[in-house]
Design a binder for this molecule. Structure first.
Ligand code: GDD
Ligand code: MG
Length: 361
């Protein structure tokens, strides 16, 4: 266990790439496997012995406090610090420094708030302590590192170079967005202005010869950058590919939240979550989806790899694949919404009256 370790969670980003889902909720509050992404992270931190977390909020800040309160339901002490103007990843961490209780040499965990991971936090802190590091960052390998911070290390695991979002990455080993900082390193970040950890703090630490270590861990890791990542993360939680003590019920091939209704002739599979009060009609097929609370998939519709927003209705016999439907959308019967389509909240699409060619007699 990690008695007395504090953590900071960065949850202030706008989540622009996940629009329209992030119009009504900040990205870390989107429900994956039935509960907010942040809840999985908090449960994981708590399970590793973290007893106090400060959330660095900005975009839709009030949503977090409204849902989590003082953290007592989760068995963790929660505090919130709000940025009126977003201060960036480094500025957000510096901005919570006054609320930390750790001493100057103590380790403080920092989490990006939009990541699902199963890495061993205790091992990461252990490495940080054993090697007396200033920063120890979790590193993972990905197929395409261009959208991430790329990190090169020497044979001893010491970080040599940190390149944020570079077009020709020298390695596929990336920053996984979970760090252990020596408390005094947080206090040394400039206060009162935006600071990027990735573009300013890390390059400066490395240029000054600081002891920055990489902690390589190959267990489950996913950044919820794009809608397809969010859907995959939610389904992976339900299917048990990523363990989480925050899952709200027994999962199998799918997860059904309270008061949902699934017709006995419907087929629901692939790690789908059926939200509270959602309805899946006769003969409908729902595979690998996230159905938000109160939505309806009507008779004969087929929905795969998609998000259906709160209160949205997918009409009879529609085909929806790898699409994102915002909240309170109405899709009339027999529409086809295919790969990459994003429908913004409140949109109405009428019935399709022409018969598909396969129907023609
Ligand atoms: N409080 C606060 N203030 N939080 C912020 C701000 C801010 O101004 N800007 C971003 N955040 C939070 C986001 O909510 C998110 O949880 C986290 O910081 C990272 O921001 P993203 O916008 O999601 O960054 P990214 O995914 O493009 O890149 C980051 O994460 C990658 C791993 O997932 C970088 O740290 C990369 O180096 C890293 O590889
Ligand atoms: Mg991110």
């Amino acid at each position: 266990m990690l008695p007395g370790v504090e953590a900071v969670m960065l949850v202030g980003g706008k989540g622009t790439r996940l629009r329209p889902l992030t119009i009504s909720a900040p990205k870390p509050m989107l429900p994956a496997g039935g509960v907010p992404v942040t809840e999985h992270q908090l449960a994981r931190a708590r399970d590793a012995g973290v007893d106090r977390v400060v959330l660095a909020t900005s975009y839709q800040a009030e949503v977090f406090e409204h849902y989590f309160g003082d953290g007592s339901a989760l068995g963790i002490d929660l505090e919130y610090v709000h940025e009126d103007v977003p201060l960036g990843t480094g500025g957000g961490i510096r901005n919570v420094a006054a609320r930390l209780r750790s001493g100057p040499d103590d380790p403080v965990l920092i989490f990006n708030g939009d990541v699902l991971a199963a890495s061993d936090l205790r091992a990461q802190i252990g490495l940080h302590r054993d090697r007396d590091a200033q920063v120890t960052m979790h590193l993972v390998e990905v197929d395409d590192p261009r959208a991430f911070g790329v990190v090169t290390t020497d044979a001893d695991g010491r970080v040599i170079e940190f390149l944020e979002k570079t077009p020709s990455p020298p390695t596929n080993r990336i920053n996984a967005g979970c760090y252990v900082f020596r408390r005094s390193v947080i206090d040394a970040i400039p206060a009162g202005r935006p600071v990027s950890l990735e573009r300013e703090t890390f390059p400066q630490l490395l240029a000054a010869g600081a002891n920055v270590l990489g902690y390589v861990d190959a267990s489950y890791w996913l950044d919820l950058g794009e809608p397809s990542d969010f859907v995959r993360g939610s389904c992976d939680l339900v299917l048990g590919r990523l363990p989480s003590s925050a899952l709200p019920g027994r999962c199998g091939d799918f997860l059904v939240l309270s008061d949902a209704e699934i017709s006995p002739t419907a087929a629901v599979s692939g790690g789908t979550t059926v939200g509270t009060g959602a309805v899946v009609g006769d003969g409908a097929v729902v595979d690998g989806c996230v159905l938000f609370d109160g939505c309806r998939v009507e008779a004969g519709a087929q929905v795969r790899g998609s998000v259906v927003g709160r209160g949205t209705v997918v009409g009879p016999d529609c085909v929806v694949a790898e699409a994102v439907l915002g909240d309170d959308v109405r899709i009339g019967s027999r529409n086809e919404l295919l790969t990459g389509v994003r429908i913004f909240p409140g949109t109405r699409l009428g019935d399709v009256s022409v018969r598909f060619s396969s129907d023609a007699s």
